[in-house]
Design a protein around this ligand. Structure first.
Ligand code: GLU
Length: 490
């Protein structure tokens, strides 16, 4: 399960007036609404804004796969939202709820996400409308390989064209199948490894990709919480230490976010899964809960914690920071009013409907938006792609050289001062960077810079009332400038 980018199970939510299964709710419209709100704060003319907003290329497929002794027609999509930079980039989702509107929305979010963290890609997203739990690994492999062949046929995959990655219901295993299918059809292509990211390390993956989204969520929230001005406006104290956190979803993103918050000194008081949620105001040990669930098959009845029957109850429990890390649309017009968190960190894509967003922002809740907060995944995907194109792992050339140099500096210092540096300190100072060190510091730097850009933009436009709009303004400005400089528009 840890292998999955988002939680592999579907959440069973209480029926609400509007939800992703309900055709009257359009996720893509919701993204466009956020876009329009922010567009007013930019200087681009209407045509450029319209071009940024629309999905550039949409591929909808139906293909047959033999499952057992029957032929099943599989429905799947790949949407490239923006070609202002190439390749396009974004995950592939396996879920029964996958539909065109959802994939379009998610591909648009990818464009804005990449722009915010300065990853030089256009946005894309793919999905197959299947419940992966209902298929054997053997069948899933054939479905994934067939889907990849369809993408190859239409040139919707390739290291310079469109590069998929894991998303809800997919992980390293699926990325390996995609890579292998692509390589088989592109023999000798030296850059083929860069056709997909989120691969296992042995297949050209990069260390640190698996936990990247969760770590990015932690860095993002930490940076926002360290901003005295933003915190003071909401009557909150700065810093992560001691803050009470609830995480919804223990998939790859939720599990790692929760662990990094705990390591960072926060109290993880609530955790939610599809079977229910648990709460302990004195804090839960995330790894112990994870192991308990592995053993018993359920998050419930964890020693010392109280149970909620529904996973959605945890969204309404008391806490400082709520991290929805599963699917879109979980906080909506129906339950937004009851959410008590002072900060919501959108680890999932689109967990708030526009109605919920408005209710919460008016209530003074700080909503830290998905297009910034969960960009750690694609940031490290970018590092993986660079590694694949350069055919060398990070740190390989300089690590030993730096260790030798640092060791020389340490011994010179000892000689000059006559003081001995402790072995422990020496180890810290001498240590040359491994791949994981470089990936994590690259991610941290990326999130710190992105936070600063968004908060600066917010400050410069005091009439903007929420962080999402500020983040969209930053994104639109970058994509719009890129379009202008491409010279498409006179
Ligand atoms: N699926 C992830 C997202 O929604 C990662 C995409 C990528 O790494 O390309 O951001």
């Amino acid at each position: 399960k840890k292998n999955h980018e988002h939680h592999p199970f579907l959440f069973v939510f209480q029926p609400t007036k509007k939800n992703a299964m309900n055709p009257e709710y359009s996720f893509f419209d919701a993204v466009c609404k956020s876009f329009d709100k922010a567009a007013q704060y930019t200087q681009f003319d209407q045509g450029i804004l319209e071009q940024i907003k629309q999905c550039n290329s949409v591929l909808r497929m139906h293909f047959p796969v033999k499952i057992g002794d029957k032929v099943e027609v599989i429905k799947a999509y790949r949407v490239q939202h923006s070609h202002h930079k190439l390749p396009c980039k974004g995950g592939i989702r396996f879920s029964e709820m996958v539909n065109l509107d959802e994939v379009m929305a998610l591909s648009a979010l990818m464009t804005y996400k990449c722009a915010i963290v300065n990853v030089p890609f256009g946005g894309a997203k793919g999905g197959i409308t299947i419940d992966p739990k209902k298929y054997s690994a053997y069948d899933l492999e054939r479905i994934t390989r067939r889907y990849t062949s369809e993408l190859i046929k239409k040139r919707f995959i390739g290291p310079g064209e469109d590069v998929p990655a894991p998303d809800y219901g997919t992980g390293e295993r699926e990325m390996s199948w995609i890579l292998d299918t692509y390589m088989a059809m592109h023999p000798g292509e030296v850059e083929a490894l860069g056709c997909v990211t989120g691969k296992p390390i042995t297949q050209g993956g990069v260390r640190g990709r698996r936990e990247a989204t969760g770590l990015g969520v932690f860095f993002g929230i930490r940076e926002v919480c360290n901003n005295a001005e933003v915190m003071a406006k909401r009557g909150l104290e700065t810093g992560i230490a001691g803050k009470k956190i609830i995480v919804q979803g223990l998939g790859n993103v939720g599990y790692h976010s929760a662990k990094f918050f705990q390591e960072g000194g926060a109290l993880v008081v609530g955790l939610a899964e599809y079977e229910g949620s648990i709460y302990n105001e004195n804090g839960l040990d995330v790894e112990a809960v994870f192991q308990h669930r592995k053993k018993t098959g359920s998050i419930l009845d964890f020693p010392g914690a109280s149970n909620f029957s529904k996973n959605t109850d945890a969204l309404e429990a008391p806490c400082d920071i709520l991290i929805p890390a599963a699917l879109e649309n979980v906080i909506n017009a129906e339950n937004a009013d009851r959410v008590q968190a002072k900060i919501i960190g959108e680890a999932a894509n689109g967990p708030l409907t526009p109605e919920a967003d408005e209710i919460l922002v008016n209530k003074g809740t700080l909503v830290v938006p998905d297009i910034y907060l969960n960009a750690g995944g694609v940031t490290v995907s970018y590092f993986e792609w660079l590694k694949n194109l350069s055919h060398v792992s990070y740190g390989r050339l300089e690590r030993r050289f730096m260790e030798n140099q640092n060791a020389n500096i340490v011994s010179q210092l000892e000689e000059m001062t006559g003081n001995k540096i402790s072995d422990e300190q020496k180890k810290l100072i001498v240590h040359g960077p491994d791949e994981i060190d470089l990936v994590r510091s690259g991610l941290e730097d990326t999130m710190i810079k992105a936070t600063k850009e968004i908060l600066d933009c917010w400050k410069q436009n005091p009439t903007i009332i929420d962080m999402r709009t500020a983040a969209f303004v930053v994104a639109i400005n970058k994509v719009g400038t890129s379009y202008l400089e491409l010279g498409i528009f006179p």
